[in-house]
Design a protein around this ligand. Structure first.
Ligand SMILES: *Cc1c(COP(=O)(O)O)cnc(C)c1O
Length: 422
């Protein structure tokens, strides 16, 4: 079928196919903005503190490999992922910096994959540490090397970890197991984005307490870390606290968003992601005409309506129906009626020169106007983290970068489509 189509199109080569993924809807990733954000963060954190770029969940939807490469080129020295396969994807792309696996892992197969790909796991219980050691012992992998492991203490997040009170016993247990080497002891904050610092300070003092106990027993590892984006922005002597320690684990801020409004004056971040679609049809509808499923919008006057090829199957939340605004030629345009699986309708009555193929910006900047993930999060009663992670893989990720920038080339996801089947 495909061969016939190509022959029928009588094109000498199939390179035009590379442009096809940009015909309907796509996500643009601004790698200059990643570099900018890393530079801003680097200036804000202590010179001796490592910056970990947290690229879990496909770099919060931005494309893990490309984001990781850009972040490393700008000064990030560690990467954070949530799953073993996320780590392997980075290694397969040739990335060699240390990778910390923030999520839990238990099965022997996962342990062997972690060791093989030189990923550094988080250990959250003595039982898990024992399982790791046993899996390594019974494997034929090179046993001479120690696997660096990172122990997580629960200081108040109540997610992964051993109680901070049991830090000494935990570290002793792991140190006595063959094949494992304690590379860090860390914890995770539950309320770092809250302007009220009380709970965060309590978590930090529990962490400090555990460290003091470890030091007293000469068990303290070389690396300590506590901060996510919010704590990194709060803490370098501001508010009388410093949360940066030996490494800052930064996710959200890397992507140009602030964890909370009160932290927005700390450094200047640029949003990285732009979500685009194209107009597929434009026509006039009479007053009184119902629009989209359920006729949840009825034209109150004659309206010029455009259809854009993007919908909830691309990650545009259906709960934004009749509330969403998009940008066309730098102007705000309202979306009409129910958001459908693959298409949305827009009120373009006020826009004179508009035709199929024109670009619509759903999230990001167009002219002087910007719509942010925070705007969507507010309308939906959620957080910007969830908005960023919500765009589906049906939307190709395409890098936007200065011509001169040698870091990376587009597209973010390699387009296999350009290769004609034999
Ligand atoms: C996801 C995650 C982070 C990054 O959080 P942001 O708020 O996005 O900066 C840091 N540490 C751990 C343990 C995480 O799971």
């Amino acid at each position: 079928m495909q061969d016939e189509f190509l022959n029928g199109a009588s094109r000498a080569d199939s390179s035009f196919l590379e442009e096809l993924p940009l015909q309907r809807a796509w996500v643009e990733v601004d790698l200059d903005a990643i570099v900018h954000n890393v530079h801003q963060l680097r200036q804000h954190i202590h010179p001796t503190t490592d910056l970990m770029a947290v690229v879990k969940a496909d770099a919060y939807g931005h494309g893990a490999v490309t984001v990781a490469q850009a972040a490393i080129s700008a000064g990030a020295t560690w990467l954070g992922v949530a799953t073993v396969t996320e780590g392997i994807e980075l290694r397969r792309a040739g990335i060699t910096v240390p990778i910390l696996l923030l999520g839990a892992t238990n099965s022997p197969d996962e342990v062997l994959a972690i060791a093989y790909w030189k990923i550094q796991p988080t250990l959250s219980s003595p039982q898990q540490a024992t399982r790791f050691s046993q899996a390594l012992m019974s494997s034929s992998l090179q046993a001479a090397e120690l696997l660096p492991v990172h122990l997580i203490l629960d200081t108040g997040m109540s997610r992964l970890g051993v109680s901070w009170k049991d830090a000494v016993a935990f570290v002793e247990h792991v140190q006595n197991l063959p094949h494992l080497q304690v590379a860090s002891v860390y914890s995770h904050l539950a309320t770092a984005d809250d302007p009220d610092l009380t709970t965060m300070k309590r978590q930090q003092s529990r962490y400090e307490d555990a460290i003091a106990q470890l030091r007293a027993q000469d068990l303290c590892p070389a690396r300590l870390h506590l901060a996510n984006s919010a704590a990194t922005l709060v803490g370098k002597g501001f508010d009388g606290i410093d949360l940066q320690y030996d490494m800052a684990r930064v996710g959200l801020a890397l992507y140009g968003l602030y964890p909370a409004p009160h932290l927005a004056d700390r450094i200047s971040l640029k949003p990285v992601l732009r979500v685009n679609a194209r107009i597929s049809q434009v026509r006039w509808l009479e007053a009184g005409t119902g629009i989209s499923y359920g006729h949840r919008f009825v034209a109150e006057r004659p309206m010029k309506v455009a259809v854009a090829g993007v919908g909830y199957a691309d990650g545009i939340p259906r709960n934004l129906s009749n509330k969403l605004e998009v940008l066309i030629q730098g102007r705000r345009v309202r979306q009409l009626g129910s958001i459908t699986m693959d298409q949305i309708m827009l009120d373009v009555t006020e826009i004179e020169d508009i035709e199929p193929g024109d670009r619509v910006v759903l999230l990001g900047q167009s002219g002087d106007e910007t719509i942010t993930a925070d705007d969507w999060a507010e309308m939906l009663g959620t957080i910007s983290w969830e908005i960023l992670c919500g765009f589906k893989h049906r939307l190709p990720r395409v890098a936007r970068v200065r011509e001169s920038d040698p870091v990376i080339h587009k597209p973010v996801i390699p387009l296999q489509i350009a290769q004609r089947p034999e």
